[in-house]
Design a protein around this ligand. Sequence first.
Ligand code: URA
Length: 198
Amino acid sequence: MTALSELYQEIERCQQCEIAKYRNRVVPGEGAEDADIMFIGEAPGWHEDQQGRPFVGPAGKFLDELLASIGLNRQQVYIANVIKCRPQGNRDPLPSEIQNCRQWLTRQIEIICPKMIVTLGRFSMAMYFPGKSISKIHGTAQKRDNVIYYAMYHPAAALHQGSLRQAIEADMLKIPSLLAEAGSVTEAKQDPEQLSMF
Ligand code: URA
């Protein structure tokens, strides 16, 4: 059994939040255990709750297209969410749910050791770029402790607000060169505000 499948079994037993009672399926995440890139969305929606897989509804279809635009498919990356159970009525995750679930995301990151973490939407952005606004920092990256953190709009945003589609597509296209450049960029560990934004 792989480290990830053992972790999935633990996540499936989790009952820490009220929403665990209402879920059909836990949605831990999926993809390659040795993925270079990890995408982190918000929370499972109706489709994901039915299938136990992340990003399988309309936003997921767009994410698949975005991945294809850089020559990748979902088996080559890792896709997770900030929280692993669907909030009823697709409401925003509660701070307590984000906090309870954070242990699982941390363990996923420890197992996968991605070179790049791409936040999709404001909830995962808030974890790695606290206090920032997505409209200002989307398409920008910071390198910390040898991991590139990169903020993007949530793919669902393009479905609700067509004007964001181009921005999301353009941000996705920057990923391959960011990864390629990563090795040669110097980290400014002393001053987090000065970390390489590239
Ligand atoms: N939106 C998310 O943030 N995650 C999913 O898995 C599906 C839709």
